[in-house]
Design a protein around this ligand. Structure first.
Ligand code: COA
Length: 268
């Protein structure tokens, strides 16, 4: 199959290197969500694909999160249509959940910024290697909440206190900071990222990858996420009712600080 936003490389030992290539910002558009969905179906059926690596073709960014330009267009397009924003966001959440449930190991190779949905995609992977840029759930700085599994997976990975701090303050962490708190598996040098991730993937591939998939499924059963993901999707949509995304996203696109306090005072 061919994909408009993904580049696929089949390497030795059943390792599949996938680069997300969605210029200009490597943001998550509808086309990228559709491509990821189709790729997961292709690779799930192909048992020779033993380890999946998600990387990026963008020079500075792993994934810049949800496409904010598309989101503002959709918000006005969907205005007054109950549930439409939630449905659009839920598709991204569902596809990231497929990444998390992929029945063999998945590794994120992060060479640049992994923000918002980019961080959520990385959180859906089993391992995260990072060589540059920043990582974090930045949605609250835009008046949104993480809507593609981030509220659930960040909390599960790091605990409620640390997740609260990172999500409320929309922190962007360096690879060293992310490694120190266990958000990433390993910080590596930029020129070694590809080599190191492929060597790690090969060492996984030489082991019993189907057993790993079944172990993953059993570990996921310890804390089923279905209810949390539903609440997250509903609350993602509810943020639009607060008026905060209107200010937060506009401020980002206009390259100025957001003025939430002024906005709240004006509404009071
Ligand atoms: N959606 C849509 N467009 C985006 C985007 C996104 N998530 N992230 C960046 N862009 C656009 C910018 O608006 C800018 O467009 P312009 O050239 O028309 O002004 C272009 O991509 C380059 O971004 P810029 O910020 O100028 O580049 P940078 O190299 O200085 O920074 C990032 C790159 C990714 C660190 C920065 O753009 C950023 O913080 N993006 C937002 C990330 C985020 O919070 N995502 C969560 C979304 S829910």
């Amino acid at each position: 199959m061919s994909y408009s936003t993904l580049r696929i490389e089949r390497l030795d030992k059943g390792v599949v290197w996938v680069e997300i290539d969605n210029p200009p910002a490597n943001a998550i558009s509808d086309a990228l969500v559709d491509d990821l969905d189709a790729l997961l179906s292709e690779l799930e059926a192909d048992k020779t694909a033993r380890v999946l690596i998600l990387a990026s073709a963008h020079p500075k960014t792993f994934v810049a999160g949800a496409d904010l330009k598309m989101m503002t267009q959709n918000a006005s397009k969907y205005a007054g249509q109950g549930g439409a924003i939630r449905d659009a966001a839920s598709r991204m959440q569902r596809v990231f959940d497929r990444v998390a449930k992929f029945p063999r190991p998945v590794i994120a190779a992060i060479h640049g910024h992994a923000l918002g949905g980019g961080c959520e995609l990385a959180l859906a992977c089993d391992f995260r290697f990072m060589s540059g840029g920043t990582i974090g759930l930045t949605e609250v700085s835009l008046g949104l909440i993480p809507g593609a599994g981030g509220t659930q997976r960040m909390t599960l990975l790091l605990g409620r206190a640390k997740a609260t701090e990172l999500i409320f303050f929309a922190k962007r962490l360096s690879k060293e900071e992310a490694e120190a708190i266990g958000l990433i598996t390993k910080a590596v040098e930029p020129e070694q990222l590809r080599e190191e991730v492929i060597a790690f993937a090969e060492s996984l591939s030489e082991r019993a990858v189907f057993a790993m998939g079944l172990a993953k499924q059993a570990m996921d059963a310890a804390v089923p996420l279905d209810h949390g993901l539903t609440v997250e999707a509903e609350n993602f949509e509810r943020t639009f009712g607060t008026g905060e995304p209107l200010e937060g996203i506009a401020a980002f696109l206009q390259k100025r600080p957001a003025k939430f306090l002024k906005d709240a005072a004006a509404k009071a």
